[in-house]
Write a protein that binds this ligand. Sequence first.
Ligand SMILES: [Zn+2]
Ligand SMILES: [Zn+2]
Length: 385
Amino acid sequence: MAEAVVLRRPGRPVAVEPVALAEPRAGEVRVRMAAAGVCHSDLLLAEGKLGEARWPIVLGHEGAGVVEALGPDVTGIEAGQRVVLCMIPSCGACRPCREGRRTLCEPVATASLAGTLLDGSTRLRGSDGEPLQHGLLLACLASDTVVPAASAIPVPDTVPLWQAALLGCAAVTGFGAVAGAGVRTGQSVAVIGCGGVGLQVIAAARLAGAAPIIVLDRQAAKRELALARGASHFLAVGDHGASDADGLGSLQAQVAQIVGGGVEHCFEVVGAAATIRLAFALLRGGGRATVVGLAGRGVEVSLPAIEFLSEKTLAGCYYGSGDARGSLERLLALTVDDRLALEQVVSHFIALEDSSVNGAFARLRAGEGARTVVLIDEQLAGRSL
Ligand SMILES: [Zn+2]
Ligand SMILES: [Zn+2]
């Protein structure tokens, strides 16, 4: 029996439950988990905002561990290999893959939405024998999991697994968004939302040579963290700051004081209508807003359409866009000399326990703290609580 964070009903607390994990099939590996991050997308799933029929499900899609067993015909990886998990094991053959949009891989999207592995079935059952869904193919808020072999990316021995875990969603998403937007040296950037992914966007913008980097968040307490991560300016957004015309105008004026005319790039890392509108409003003519934050189903945004006349772009982004496996490998190379300073972005280390995991969800709901990392096996993770 493994142990896993199971969501039985949306809107209810999650629980750490014993689960039965079947052996890996062809093209799959079993991984003993070391550490996993708690991401805002897990919260949206747990609140039922990503669609119906997505439960019961084992959550978790940002993690690292050690390969324990290989399914038949798996080559290129061995038992004992330390790995970070990638939630898009793209097929390389479908149309989006062939066009270079590998994060939109069709077979992966189908399995992800259905809560299965790539062959359309599950390896997970509850103690009552009921089938459980796999959260985003990884289901890694668990002691052990079975994932596609292509999701397991080798981690150099010098990188602790608790750090590698953070690359799997937050860093690959944040760095991919900045690379995909084409941020160049000396360009102005605004980042709305200073959570787990937002902090990676800030670091990526700094490494890309952006200046100024203006960070906006509703928690004034995030100022120090944002500045440490590379922000040049921090603006606290009041509770209604982005949701009415006065608030919007005041934030526009504050940004204009720093960089007249607005910014060249804006990254929305919240996933809400008001902040997507704000991202568009903060752009100068010709600027590009990238929506990185995941909004729940049914959220709609209205924009002043006349501003498209000033050649503004509003772009979407999923898991950093492009080739996630390639990005993860490049990020691992940056981690070796601590250029990603991953220690900075974790506000809480917790154990795999009901109350701790629900506490992490409560912080995400309130917009408090940075990343929470679950140390599933402290020794493997390379860090103690
Ligand atoms: Zn995530
Ligand atoms: Zn594909």
